[in-house]
Design a protein around this ligand. Structure first.
Ligand code: KG4
Ligand code: ZN
Length: 357
C-alpha cells in the first residue's frame, strides 16, 4: 500500500510517499516506511511581511503543488500508477491554502480511480510520532505544539485521540513568533529565539506566573485542568521591552539583553509545556509521552523533556526534526489509519479551516 500525502494548510507545500505492507496491519506493526518527503517552504516570501500572508500563500501553493508532487514521486521511485491512495490535509489551516491541496488531491484521485482520505492536520502531527518511532506504549499522552495549536491528547488506542486540554489564547509557536517580531528578530520566531537563547541567562528576567491550573486535585474532570495560556507571558514580554526601551531611550535593545530575554522567555514556555504534559501523563496513568508539531523542534524542549523522561521513568518520543515541522509524510501516515478504518473521503470533499479533531 503506497500512499501519497499532500499538505498545504499553511506556508509549506508538501508531498510525500509512505508505504505500508498492508493498511490493515498498519495499526499493529511498524510497517510504515517513508519513501520520499518533499517540502517547499514559503518562508522567504512571508518573511518580508513579518508573518504568513494568506493570499500570497495560496497563490504560491498553486505554483508549487505540481512540481512538489512530481518530485515526491520521483524521489520515491514511483509513478502515478504505483500510488494506491491519496491522503490530503482537509483542515485546520488557511482556507485558500487548504483548497489548493484538497482540489489537487481530489482531481488526482478521480483521474487515477484511487481512494481519497481526508486528514486532520493535528492527527498528522500526532501520527508523526508513530511514523518515526513505531508503536509506543499505550495509553499515551501527546502534546501537539505548533504555530496554531497547543493541545494535549490522550491516545488509548492507535488512531483515537481524546482532547485533554488546549491553549485558551495564543499557541506556543504563535507566542514565539510574536515575541520575535516585538524584538525585531524576524520570522519565523521560534528557530531564531531558540538559537539566541543558547547564549542567554534564562533566569535574568522573572515573569509573572499564570494562574490557570485548577488547584483542586480531586476534581480532574473540571474544565481547564490541563489547559495552557501564553498571552499573559507575551504581554509581560511586551511591557518589559517597552519599559527598557524607554529607560535606555532606544528602539533596539542591546544584544546582551535580547539574548537574556530570549532565554528567559524560552525557559518559561518550555517549563510550562513540560510541567503540564507530565502532569497529564501522571494523572491519566500514561505509559508514554509524545511531543509533536513545529515547536517540538525546539532544542531546549527536546533536551528538557528527555531529561525529565529519564528522571520520571516515562518514555518520551519526539519526531526527528524533518517530521516535527509541517510535512506530508505525517499526513500520509494519518491517512493510512483512515484507510485501515475504511474511512474514505467523498468526491465532493471540501476544505475546513477550523476542522476539529
Ligand atoms: O507545525 P508547524 O510547522 O506549523 C503549524 O502547524 O503551525 O509549526 C510552526 C511553528 C512556528 O510558530 C515556529 O515559530 C515554531 O513552530 N517553531 C519553533 C521552532 N521551530 C519552529 N518554535 C520554537 N523553537 C523552534 N526551534
Ligand atoms: Zn503543523
Amino acid at each position: 500500500m503506497l500512499v501519497l500525502g499532500i499538505e498545504t494548510s499553511c506556508d509549506e507545500t508538501a508531498a510525500a510517499l509512505v508505504e505500508s505492507a498492508s493498511a490493515l496491519r498498519a495499526t499493529t506493526d511498524r510497517e510504515w516506511r517513508i519513501r520520499s518527503n518533499v517540502v517547499a517552504s514559503q518562508v522567504d516570501i512571508h518573511r518580508e511581511w513579518g508573518g504568513v500572508v494568506p493570499e500570497l500563500a495560496s497563490r504560491q501553493h498553486v505554483r508549487d503543488i505540481c512540481g512538489v508532487v512530481e518530485r515526491a514521486l520521483a524521489d520515491g521511485g514511483a509513478g502515478w500508477h504505483d500510488v494506491d491512495a491519496i491522503a490530503v490535509t482537509q483542515g485546520p489551516g488557511l482556507v485558500g491554502s487548504l483548497l489548493v491541496g484538497v482540489s489537487f488531491a481530489k482531481s488526482a484521485a478521480w483521474a487515477l480511480g484511487k481512494p481519497l482520505v481526508a486528514v486532520n492536520h493535528l492527527a498528522g502531527h500526532i501520527e508523526s510520532i508513530w511514523l518515526d518511532h513505531g508503536p509506543i506504549a499505550l495509553p499515551a499522552v501527546v502534546l501537539v505544539v505548533s504555530g496554531g495549536h497547543t493541545s494535549l491528547y490522550l491516545v488509548q488506542r492507535e488512531g483515537e485521540y481524546a482532547l485533554l486540554g488546549r491553549t485558551r489564547d495564543d499557541a506556543a509557536g504563535e507566542a514565539y513568533d510574536k515575541v520575535a517580531k516585538l524584538l525585531g528578530l524576524g520570522y519565523p520566531g521560534g528557530p531564531i529565539i531558540d538559537r539566541l537563547a543558547k547564549d542567554g541567562n534564562d533566569i535574568a528576567i522573572r515573569w509573572p506566573g499564570t494562574r490557570l491550573t485548577n488547584p483542586d486535585r480531586n476534581a480532574p474532570e473540571r474544565d481547564g485542568r490541563f489547559d495552557f495560556s501564553f498571552s499573559g507571558l507575551k504581554t509581560a514580554v511586551l511591557r518589559h521591552v517597552r519599559q527598557r526601551q524607554g529607560e535606555l531611550g532606544v528602539e533596539q535593545l542591546p544584544q546582551a539583553e535580547i539574548v537574556d530575554l530570549a532565554a528567559s522567555f524560552q525557559r518559561r514556555v518550555v517549563e510550562t509545556l513540560i510541567e503540564r504534559t507530565f502532569a497529564a501523563a501522571r494523572w491519566h496513568g500514561a505509559k508514554s509521552i509524545g511531543i509533536a508539531g513545529g515547536v517540538s523542534a525546539n532544542s531546549r524542549l527536546r533536551r528538557d523533556a528527555l531529561a525529565k523522561s529519564e528522571r520520571s521513568e516515562i518514555p518520551v518520543y519526539i519526531p526527528s526534526l524533518p517530521l516535527s515541522t509541517d510535512n506530508a509524510a505525517m499526513i500520509a501516515a494519518a491517512g493510512l489509519r483512515q484507510l485501515a478504518a475504511g474511512r474514505l473521503a467523498p468526491p465532493d470533499l471540501n476544505a475546513a479551516a477550523s476542522l476539529p479533531l
